[in-house]
Design a protein around this ligand. Structure first.
Ligand SMILES: Nc1ncnc2c1ncn2[C@@H]1O[C@H](COP(=O)(O)OP(=O)(O)OP(=O)(O)O)[C@@H](O)[C@H]1O
Ligand SMILES: [Mg+2]
Length: 152
């Protein structure tokens, strides 16, 4: 499924819509070059999940935790040097935990992620504020999320 977002307002709407759909245990992978809009989209997904704290990029911390309707774990694995480190960092407990995981640069650790996941590839469009989101995934939950996103 491909979604064209013409500006920040549309990114916000899409993020909130996805956030509304998500539930405990869901994993959202965000891929796309520097400045593609992964953190920007995460902020809106957070709103849809009921996070009231201001979401900031976890680039240095690698993970930030928020309280929403369910716990929200926001990862940025860009700086991870050795992907196996996610075990030392205890990330797998989050991946199989009760919260929603949102992972920037997820493609770096793809082979270590659970099968049940939604993948959003973000690309810059022709216009400055345009973004193209390609939604993929694997598992049953992904199909459900896609159906919900396609509504209206
Ligand atoms: N439609 C849009 N959706 C998302 N971001 C947009 C859009 N239009 C413009 N932008 C801008 O693009 C930038 C995206 O930055 P952001 O930090 O979200 O990217 P990122 O993918 O998280 O980068 P990094 O890889 O450094 O973490 C922001 O300055 C944002 O305002
Ligand atoms: Mg970011």
């Amino acid at each position: 499924m491909e979604i064209r977002l013409e500006g920040l307002e549309e990114t916000k709407e899409m993020g909130i819509k996805l956030g509304n759909i998500l539930k405990s245990g869901d994993i959202v992978c965000l891929n796309g070059e520097l400045g593609a809009g992964k953190t920007t989209l995460t902020k809106s997904i957070g709103l849809g999940l009921g996070v009231t704290d201001y979401i900031t990029s976890p680039t240095f911390a690698l993970i930030n935790e928020y309280n929403g309707r369910v716990p929200v774990y926001h990862f940025d694995v860009y700086r991870l040097e050795n992907v196996e480190e996610i075990y030392d960092l205890g990330f797998d407990e989050y991946f199989y935990g009760k919260g929603v995981c949102i992972i920037e640069w997820a493609e770096k650790i793809e082979r270590l992620l659970p099968k049940e996941r939604v993948i959003l590839d973000i690309e810059k469009g022709k216009a400055l504020d345009e973004r193209i989101i390609n939604i993929k995934g694997s598992g049953n939950r992904y199909i459900e999320i896609l159906k919900e996103l396609e509504k209206n």
